[in-house]
Design a binder for this molecule. Structure first.
Ligand SMILES: Nc1ncnc2c1ncn2[C@@H]1O[C@H](COP(=O)(O)OP(=O)(O)OP(=O)(O)O)[C@@H](O)[C@H]1O
Length: 365
């Protein structure tokens, strides 16, 4: 189900002007602190009445200020997951979940089967009898997500849902969020300023900068767009490559068939035959005009340079086409000149195996 958001609102020190359409899946709102992400989420939830706006989820209009229409928050059927789960401490996990269902009872009769499916999807079975005080942060968030989904929402809003978790808890919960994206059939608006989460989860990204929408579009296009590098960060700008696991080797490497060639990654948990996304940061890509021989890096992709963008400093970004995939490389201007790198030139991208970080490998959206 698609979502459409157009908002204009003025606070004393923020002039919000944001508009994007997103297809089904996870739409990530990305931007620095104060960019206006939570303001957008609050307007969608009905907690903030914007000066002007149009918000639609599928065929349902939640807000159309031009027509004087604004559904009150409790009629919007939106599930909200906050940074901390905000569970009821005196209720068991099962009772917390059923509290969500209570809201949906008057609207839909999805019943036991829906609850059982969500419990399975979020791995909540072993936790049902426990109280929130006995759960880890990641487990609490899974319960909060289950509770939000049991209220049969049209849309799930997640505002930095992993921000309060440490790295191992984040790794634990990310596969559940991937399943949610792929199986739950509920669009998700997901606020984050962690590129690794966005690279892994998002279908669409809307980039906000001081209240203004800088760009919105498919995650693959945006993360590898050199124009957005100042906002995304030079370290984090890079490509997302779709691939399929073809083998797990005895030496601890997994082999992935990607557009343009084979990639070897530190072992990933994805089964052979399944698809995944691999993130390749621009700073980790080197270029060679000849096919390199006798080199320790295992990952070599045949590419054609599609654009060269010189930065203000010593660096340059090169966009490269490798089969169906786009890759981004960040090299020095000096190298661009020395190698004569220009649009249309064939070359070889060298990606060091170790640079494909485990946390950056996720299921394909
Ligand atoms: N109720 C309000 N009244 C006045 N100004 C507000 C109000 N809510 C937000 N703002 C302004 O809007 C700016 C953006 O706030 P918002 O919480 O939407 O940003 P954010 O991108 O979610 O930031 P963070 O990542 O820190 O949560 C704030 O810096 C503040 O100046």
């Amino acid at each position: 189900m698609s979502i459409q958001v157009q908002l204009k609102h003025r606070f004393d020190d923020l002039h919000l002007d944001v508009g994007f359409d997103a297809p089904a899946g996870v739409t990530a709102l990305f931007g620095a602190s104060g960019a206006g992400k939570t303001t957008v989420v609050n307007a969608v939830a009905g907690l903030l009445q914007p000066d002007q706006g149009l918000i639609r989820v599928g065929d349902t209009t939640l807000l159309a200020t031009a027509r004087g229409l604004s559904l009150p928050a409790h009629k919007r059927q939106i599930g909200y997951v906050f940074q901390e789960g905000r569970l009821f401490p005196h209720l068991s996990v099962q009772q917390n979940l059923r509290y969500g269902r209570w809201f949906a009872r008057r609207r839909v009769a999805r019943g036991q089967a829906h609850e059982a499916r969500l419990v399975e999807m979020l791995g909540l079975g072993p936790l049902l009898a426990r109280r929130p005080g006995d759960l880890s942060g990641g487990e609490k968030q899974r319960v909060a997500i289950g509770r939000a989904l049991l209220s049969a929402p049209r849309l799930l809003l997640m505002d930095e849902p992993l921000a309060a978790l440490d790295a191992p808890r984040k790794d634990e919960i990310l596969p559940y969020l991937e399943r949610l994206r792929d199986e739950a059939e509920v669009p998700i608006l997901y606020v984050s300023h962690a590129i690794s989460e966005i690279a892994r989860l998002a279908t669409t990204v809307a980039v906000l900068d001081r209240g203004q929408l800088r760009r919105a579009g498919p995650v693959q296009d945006l993360l590898s767009d050199p124009e957005l590098a100042p906002i995304i960060g030079l370290r984090d700008t890079g490509a997302l490559i779709a691939g399929r696991v073809v083998a797990h080797h005895d030496d601890g490497l997994s082999e992935v068939a990607a557009a343009g060639g084979r990639l070897f990654l530190p072992k990933v948990p994805t089964p052979v035959g399944d698809s995944l996304r691999v993130r390749v940061n621009a700073k980790d890509v080197m270029l060679s005009l000849e096919r390199p021989e006798g080199i320790s890096a295992l990952n070599l992709l045949d590419c054609v340079v599609t654009s060269v963008r010189m930065g203000r400093g010593p660096g340059a970004f090169l966009q490269l086409q490798a089969g169906d995939a786009q890759i981004l490389a960040r090299v020095t201007k000096r190298s661009v000149e020395a190698l004569g790198l220009r649009a249309g030139l064939r070359c070889h991208a060298v990606i060091k195996t170790v640079s494909v970080a485990r946390a950056d490998v996720g299921g394909r959206g």
